[in-house]
Ligand binder design. Structure first.
Ligand SMILES: NC(=O)c1ccc[n+]([C@@H]2O[C@H](COP(=O)([O-])OP(=O)(O)OC[C@H]3O[C@@H](n4cnc5c(N)ncnc54)[C@H](OP(=O)(O)O)[C@@H]3O)[C@@H](O)[C@H]2O)c1
Length: 310
């Protein structure tokens, strides 16, 4: 297939692209800067120069493709106070892609997340998040994911891949980098309360493989879970981080958590395990790369002072 990928230069995109090329697909990508264009060109990707606001570029790139994987999201905007603005821009991009693909039965695969889908219990692919209990920005993103599922009725093989909150591996600058940065800065590797609350996790190469399988084989209107570890207790994560940084591991009370963890506190308090049993069965997806604790133990997260992107 000729696959148009937004966010191809990002953390997950840079792993999806080689998976697609290995599987025999031709890849084109959106590049908003010369640096991203250069990185994509050297990865064998044809360039469409433009940003997420250049809807004409997005429309023509999608129309010229046999399928789209939408991974771009403006985390810079979202995590500097305008999450809703980033989510609204994301919705406009997806509506534009949908206009280009309507009636073609071509695939549109988008990235979403499992965090907060079914708080306190194991979320499955069948669960729908309760939008009323989410802040406006994340609620907008979840509503957009629902919209994508509905595109099946407009002749699009639409697929939502819900990712674990921590997609981990070499070069990750997401939540794990944020957690490690706070531990370094405070001299304490903390967890909130008893730390028994759980986050699911997936290795970036396993996630990238799932995007390829979804593009090729998932049915219209599918929701898939890119989850390898169903739930890792936050205390276990803090213990590895403390051991690797040679600093004490400590419980932080919920009252002190916002001061200690800043904006990450809300996320670190969540108990959000998730299953991928249906996804594994439907697409014969078998995650095979290291789990989160093993990956942290490998040491690459601690070799450099990564600036967290979130
Ligand atoms: N990483 C995780 O743990 C995780 C977990 C759950 C869900 N997700 C979701 O998975 C998707 C991919 O995440 P990621 O970790 O790969 O993100 P990332 O590393 O921040 O990459 C984001 C990509 O979007 C592009 N982008 C951002 N703003 C843009 C704009 N205004 N115009 C054009 N391109 C723009 C970036 O281009 P540049 O290269 O030019 O910056 C980059 O290619 C996102 O939807 C994310 O929210 C990620």
């Amino acid at each position: 297939m000729r696959v148009f990928v937004t966010g191809a230069s990002g953390w997950i995109g840079s792993h999806v692209v080689p998976e697609l090329i290995r599987a025999g697909h031709e890849v084109s990508g959106l590049a908003r800067s010369a640096a991203s264009a250069a990185a994509l060109t050297s990865a064998g990707v044809e360039i469409h120069r433009g940003s997420l606001d250049d809807l004409d570029v997005v429309r023509s790139a999608a129309a010229a493709s046999d399928g789209v994987i939408h991974l771009a999201f403006d985390h810079g905007k979202a995590f500097s106070g305008d999450f809703l603005g980033a989510a609204e821009a994301d919705r406009r991009v997806i509506e534009t892609i949908a206009e280009a693909l309507a009636g073609t039965d071509r695939p549109l695969v988008i990235a979403s997340g499992t965090l907060g889908v079914a708080p306190g219990r194991i979320a499955t692919e069948n669960d729908e998040p309760d939008l009323a209990h989410l802040p406006a920005g994340p609620a907008k993103r979840s509503e957009t994911a629902k919209f994508v599922v509905s595109l099946a009725s407009r002749g699009i093989r639409s697929v939502v891949v819900r990712l674990a909150p921590t997609v981990h591996g070499q070069g990750d600058s997401g939540f794990m980098a944020g957690i490690i940065g706070i531990a370094r800065n405070t001299g304490v590797s903390g967890y909130i309360g008893d730390g028994n609350n759980q986050w699911p996790a997936v290795h970036v190469i396993d996630a990238a493989h799932l995007f390829t399988l979804a593009l090729e084989n998932a049915q219209a209107g599918s929701v898939l879970h890119a989850i390898a570890d169903q739930g890792v207790p936050l205390r276990e994560i803090a213990e590895v981080v403390g051991r690797k940084l040679h600093i004490p591991v400590a419980s932080i009370s919920p009252a002190d958590a916002p001061a200690h963890f800043s904006w990450l506190a809300t996320f670190l308090a969540m108990n959000s395990p998730a299953s991928s049993a249906q996804t594994r069965e439907l697409l014969t997806w078998r995650p095979s790369h290291p789990g989160l604790i093993e990956d942290l133990d490998l040491g690459h997260y601690f070799e450099r002072q990564a600036a967290g992107k979130f």
